[in-house]
Design a protein. Structure first.
Length: 158
């Protein structure tokens, strides 16, 4: 198994993994991003994200997509957006290797925090994260506003 930075040519495989994650998270129709979007957004002059992939025999079996954020309390942080391994390749160590690579990246970049979200029903992931030393915060809630919410807000507050 090789853990490496993703290339443009990997984005169709990364998209397949994103779609597989959406199915696992019970939102199979939520993915609207395309492979072209991923190429544009991840490989432009000012990329919006970075990505590591796990590769076995020239097949991408997992990925970890992340980007840098800035905390007013901590400074530079990493947000791990998604970490996914193909269902039939779970248990191979790919997920742990990708997780470790993200943590190594954070250390190399001197970030003061690495953060991500986990669904409250994903107890195997929660257990893994807690055993690895991560804290799962129960007193914070994720807040989002989708494109429809943005439009509705702007149309009703003008």
């Amino acid at each position: 198994m090789i853990i490496r930075k993703a290339f443009k040519k990997d984005m169709p495989s990364v998209l397949e993994l994103i779609q597989e994650l959406a199915i696992f998270e019970k939102e199979p129709d939520a993915v609207v991003v395309t492979a072209d979007d991923l190429v544009r957004d991840g490989f432009s002059e000012n990329p919006l994200f970075q990505c590591f992939v796990a590769e076995v025999d020239s097949e991408i079996i997992g990925m970890a997509l992340f980007y840098y954020r800035y905390s007013t309390w901590k400074g530079k942080t990493i947000h791990l957006e998604d970490l996914i391994v193909k269902e039939n390749k779970r248990g191979t160590g790919a997920g742990f290797a990708l997780y470790k690579e993200i943590i190594k990246q954070g250390k190399a970049e001197n970030v003061r925090r690495i953060e991500w979200n986990v669904l409250d029903w994903n107890t195997p992931a929660i257990d893994f994260y807690e055993k690895s030393g991560a804290k799962v915060l129960s007193d914070w809630r994720v807040v989002q506003m989708d494109d429809k919410g943005i439009e509705q807000f702007l149309n009703t507050t003008i």
